[in-house]
Design a binder for this molecule. Structure first.
Ligand SMILES: [Zn+2]
Length: 498
């Protein structure tokens, strides 16, 4: 047990030592204007926009006094990626009883394969429900599986889907086609997948054939088998594998591109690193030049600049690093700018696969993503609260800083959609703390508005009041947690008592 009153006193005394100016909106805006400028072309991994973004971040952290902590003494940790982009496909579905072609699907279906060319015939087609395949289920080996993405009434769409897909691939499925349950979202998904599905080069967890199909096309297809799409998608507990009585013949061409991207890693060395380390992180990447040229309107904006998502988080981390590096700390403080978050948290995954610091010694991880939404610098959402060992310490710092913690839990649905989740999966205390997500209306307006669109750029609607308050909260949190006086952790092993 810790002595809270004593800690509060220590915290107050310690924060009085710092002489740096609080972080203001103008400090943040300066970096956002650069990172989200058209010159950075939307910070797409593997482009010149990446070069500009990672070198800007490394330069800023270097100027702040951080030490480089990437590979071979550099600021950068290479992240090899593979992108598979659908080029063309033909697919015919036959009735397995009569052998007749019952359907071809050209539109509203995208297919890509592990290798540049893939062809196969007579692949049995099955539907897989939400339950993981298990005892008594028909085998999926050698089959093409239609797999719905979002179980009804659950927020577990992301990990739940990934786990089910991986299980099917391990069970020998030749192909997995993702079924979308919402026709309205098809254009957005098509745009997303036309740009290619990207994974870490080290990951071997792909089927020969993958793809995505719209709800309408799925409905028409299963109707051939006398089944209702709504029934199949609506029942969480339905038998997992349903034979559709169809065989597929297909030929798929895919552009497969291997390339290198980079995480940026710096650190403030502590005087007692055996007592553990903390990690502040955010993703630098965004969607790049994300719209095709419109011949009727050639001057139209095509760049997804990602001002809020996530130039705002990076600017918070640059300013936080500047304040903290002026001071002496017991623990090491790492700063990580991840790549390819937008492609599935890939940079964060690469980091935990090959970390510059023993992950067991990380006492806490704090992810700054999409922080520039709220004009309320008082209330903060703490995503990860209740799942982690630092809850009480965060509450202490919040009280010390005059911040009120949002207890609604509304923001928890974003837990699995952010880089910190990769650490949570490994039982490392990971939080996303921001006033932006305490403001549910603004989050919703953002997600239904400029989120992942060309309109997420620097303009009058960029709100930095909350972000500046958040940045100062990060500084306070960094001071508190990096000090063994305020946060003792486990004295012997350097691992926190959580
Ligand atoms: Zn995003």
């Amino acid at each position: 047990m810790r002595f809270i009153a004593l800690l509060i006193l220590c915290g107050l005394a310690f924060s009085g030592v710092a002489d740096a100016q609080p972080i203001g909106e103008a400090d943040l805006l300066r970096h956002i204007e650069i990172l989200a400028s058209d010159a950075f072309e939307g910070r797409e991994p593997g482009t010149d926009g990446e070069n500009k973004a990672v070198s800007y971040i490394a330069t800023q952290w270097s100027a702040a006094g951080l030490r480089s902590a990437g590979e071979n003494g550099s600021w950068y940790a290479p992240v090899p990626l593979v992108e598979r982009r659908p080029e063309s496909h033909r697919i015919y579905f036959f009735s397995s009883a009569s052998g007749k072609v019952v359907r071809t699907v050209e539109d509203e279906l995208l297919l890509w394969s592990r290798s540049p060319s893939f062809r196969a015939s007579n692949i049995p087609v099955v539907f897989a429900g939400y339950a993981l395949s298990g005892k008594g289920q028909p085998s999926v080996a050698g089959k093409l599986v239609l797999l719905p993405r979002t179980p009804p009434d659950t927020d577990d769409a992301f990990t739940g889907f990934g786990k089910r897909k991986l299980q099917l691939i391990r069970d020998g499925a030749v192909g997995v086609i993702t079924v979308l349950d919402d026709q309205d979202r098809w254009p957005r998904f098509r745009r997303y997948f036309e740009r290619g599905a990207t994974s870490l080069a080290i990951e071997q967890n792909h089927a020969e054939l993958e793809g995505v199909i719209s709800f309408d096309q799925f409905e028409k297809l299963v109707r051939q088998s006398g089944l209702q799409a709504k029934t199949l998608l609506g029942d969480r507990d339905a038998l997992s594998i349903v034979d559709l009585g169809l065989n597929a013949e297909t030929k798929v061409e895919t552009q497969v591109r291997s390339y290198l991207s980079h995480n940026v890693i710096g650190k403030i060395p502590g005087i007692n690193p055996k007592r553990g380390a903390l990690l502040f992180m955010g993703h630098w990447d965004h969607f790049g030049i994300c719209r095709v040229e419109d011949p009727l309107n050639p001057g139209k904006d095509r760049i997804c600049n990602g001002a809020v998502d996530n130039a705002s988080g990076m600017s918070l981390l640059i300013e936080t690093a500047k304040r903290l590096s002026n001071e002496q700390h017991d623990r090491d403080i790492y700063f990580l700018a991840t790549t390819a978050e937008e492609k599935g948290l890939l940079g964060a995954r690469a980091f935990v696969e090959n970390p510059p610091v023993n992950l067991d010694t990380l006492i806490g991880v704090f992810n700054a993503d999409t922080v520039a939404l709220s004009d309320n610098g008082q209330k903060i959402a703490v995503i990860g609260l209740g799942e982690n060992g630092l809850d009480r310490d965060i509450e202490i710092v919040a009280a010390q800083e005059g911040r009120e913690i949002d207890r609604s839990g509304n923001a928890d649905v974003y837990s699995k959609r952010q880089d910190g989740y990769i650490f949570l999966e490994r039982n490392i205390p990971a939080y996303m703390i921001t006033s932006a997500f305490a403001d549910e209306e603004r989050v919703k307006a953002f997600i239904n508005g400029p989120y992942h669109e060309v309109s997420d750029e620097v303009n009058d609607s960029l709100e930095l009041t909350g972000a500046a308050a958040d940045a100062n909260f990060y500084v306070a949190l960094g001071r508190y947690l990096s000090s063994t006086g305020t946060y003792p952790g486990k004295a012997t092993s350097g691992v926190a008592d959580n």
